[in-house]
Design a protein around this ligand. Structure first.
Ligand code: M6R
Length: 608
């Protein structure tokens, strides 16, 4: 979604801001802009499309400014065009502002400002905020921002500069993340650590309802009501290499192929194979409440929601605890019934998904224990949940979530085993699962070796515009995830569902040559899946199967089979998802799609 970078220091701001915007490109955007303080004037440059378009429009000589703000915009109010791109200025052109989030009462504020004689240059809610700060300005930028924000309803992460105060940058947040990189006599404010890590690993996380005033001499943080707040400087966990391609053509490929490592990192220190135990430090304080819970609700969106579905099977099967999975966007508004015995588990790679965060707040309001399964350290969901487990799978840059999904499932499997032991799971059964989980990273590596063959198969199918993905039990969520991966990056229409559901309607779609992917490893419902395969074959569908290595029966039924090692059923999703991720990746490359930045999509959906 939108990205913010701001710089104040002694270096040239322009290259730092442009480089920062490039680091945020992965989040998805449609236009970009930069405001630099040049000789007591604010110079704004905006462009539609890539950051390179913006860079091309900047003066060739370059700018000497050492204060500036920049933005990548993902249109919400107003079409993607130059005049709607940020930064926005106040009427006098003396104040510039960039904004992530949505100003909900912008119409009321706009009418008020228009009555004061202010004319607007764009269709955005953000310009309303810039004009409002200008309207409140009486020679003190910090106070003007504070006054303006008091009148604002909605969500924001903002960075603001004034031509009349060349020594300061003001930032504030409510509902949209902002991080401040702390350098030597310089500060970089950004919506995402990726824009900061090249310059410093020391950061301050601004919390909701906080403001920061950055000068070359220091950083001051307060609440919106001017109450001083002392913040700790923390170290960012990841390095620059982790957010670079490292020889891969796309981040998605890099992230698919690094899963043996990312999964090992997720499991590290948490599997005690010798003692047959799971150690989850993040949950220690709440272990009793969790073990006594009557009901678990997983809440998430997109791929994380699919991980939640796997969690539902894991918790009911392994931990024998009733569980359900809800779209956070529905949960937050339907006045859910929550009692003392309910524990909510929010799953999110970014930790910033607006609906998931709102679901956490709703559950907490009603007294539930809220846990987080989150990747981004220090993100809002990570901080607002009562406790949780970090994925530790490293930064995920590709818009299509891959390694975060496998790490989410691994974390949920560990939680289910640990919880199971406190309930009805025998030590022997737990040990079997822990042993098997410890072998998963290497087995993922084995499955990845089929990548070239998967590409050859996809080459023969890639022109087909409609695909089905079918699975049962633990592999029904994987069918959903396979379909989502394919549609979001290759724009092929795909549906994923329980294999039995096919007969209740979707079977009408199956015609000669339609690709139907079955996730069919050996397990309790294997024979039933074979029956479904026959039904598809007899209607001319082309069957591709993900099956257990050594299964010769299925090779007679399916046109192509990709294999996974034999693992206990609860852990199958960690392996069956891999060929589907590769299928989606190769399909997108073969169709010349923009793999890491699919159209209309953002990496992190911070508005509802
Ligand atoms: O950051 P989150 O895990 O909360 O994001 C949730 C979804 O927006 C995300 O999984 C989305 O569906 C991805 N594009 C899937 O690849």
């Amino acid at each position: 979604m939108c990205g913010i970078v701001g710089y104040i220091g002694h270096k040239k701001a322009c290259p730092i801001l442009i480089e920062g915007l490039k680091r945020l490109e992965y989040r998805g955007y449609d236009s970009a802009g930069i405001a630099l303080l040049e000789h007591s004037r604010i110079e704004v440059t905006r462009a539609v499309g890539r950051i390179s378009n913006l860079a091309d429009k900047l003066p060739e000589k370059g700018s000497t400014a050492n204060l500036g703000i920049a933005h990548t915009r993902w249109a919400t109010h107003g079409t993607p065009c130059e005049r709607n791109a940020h930064p926005h200025l106040d009427q006098a052109g003396r104040i510039a502002l960039v904004h992530n989030g949505i100003i909900e009462n912008y119409r009321t504020l706009k009418t008020f400002l228009e009555r004061q004689g202010i004319t607007f240059a764009s269709d955005t809610d953000t310009e309303v905020l810039a004009q409002l700060v200008g309207h409140c300005y009486r020679g003190n930028l910090e106070q003007a921002v504070r006054d303006a924000l008091h009148d604002v309803q909605g969500t924001y992460g903002i960075a603001v500069i004034s031509a009349d105060e060349p020594d300061r940058l003001v930032a504030a947040r409510k509902g949209s993340p902002l991080i401040i990189g702390v350098g030597d006599g310089e500060y970089i404010v950004a919506s995402d650590a990726a824009a900061i890590v090249e310059h410093t690993t020391q950061v301050v996380y601004l919390a909701d309802g906080e403001m920061a005033v950055l000068t070359r001499d220091g950083l001051r943080t307060t609440t919106l009501d001017a109450v001083p707040v002392t913040k700790d400087v923390q170290a960012i966990e990841f390095s620059l290499e982790e957010i670079e391609l490292g020889g891969h053509e796309h981040f998605m490929a890099k992230e698919i192929f690094e899963q043996p490592l990312s999964l090992a990192n997720t499991l590290r220190g948490r599997l005690d194979v010798r003692e047959g135990q799971i150690v989850l430090g993040g949950l220690a304080e709440h272990a009793r409440t969790l073990a006594r819970a009557k009901r678990i609700i997983f809440t998430a969106q997109g791929t994380a929601w699919h991980a939640g579905l796997v969690g539902e099977y894991l918790f009911e099967d392994v931990a024998k605890l009733p569980a359900e999975t809800e779209y956070a966007s529905e949960f937050r508004y339907r006045n859910p019934l929550i009692d003392d015995g309910t524990v909510i588990i929010a799953i999110s790679q970014s930790g910033e998904t607006a609906d998931t965060l709102a679901a956490v707040r709703e559950a907490k309001l009603k007294g539930a224990l809220a846990l987080g399964v989150v990747n981004v350290v220090g993100s809002t969901i990570a901080r607002e949940t009562d406790a949780g487990i970090y994925l530790h799978c490293g930064p995920e840059i590709g818009v299509a979530s891959t390694k975060a999904f496998s790490s989410q499932v691994a974390v949920l499997a560990m939680m289910a085993i640990q919880l199971g032991r406190r309930r009805f799971l025998s030590q022997e059964a737990a040990e079997r699962l822990i042993d098997a989980l410890a072998r998963i990273p290497d087995q993922v590596g084995e499955v990845l070796q089929q990548s070239d063959r998967i590409r050859s198969v996809v080459e023969t199918l890639v022109e087909r515009e409609n695909w089905l993905f079918l699975g049962r039990g633990y592999n029904y969520p994987i069918a959903m995830e396979g379909a989502l991966k394919l549609k979001e990056i290759s724009y092929i229409h795909a549906e994923g569902m329980p294999a039995a559901e096919m007969k209740h309607g979707p079977i009408a779609l199956i015609n000669q040559g339609m690709p139907v992917v079955f996730i069919a490893p050996r397990g309790q419902q294997y024979d039933k899946v074979l029956g479904n395969i026959e039904e598809v074959r007899s209607r001319g569908g082309r069957v591709i199967a993900v099956a257990t290595r050594g299964d010769n029966e299925i090779t007679h039924l399916a046109e192509h089979v990709f294999h996974i090692p034999d693992v206990p059923e609860p852990l199958q999703p960690l392996l069956t998802v891999i060929p589907l991720q590769l299928m989606a990746y190769h399909a997108a490359v073969l169709r010349n799609c923009n793999v890491d930045k699919p159209r209309n999509l953002a990496k992190s959906v911070t508005v509802e």
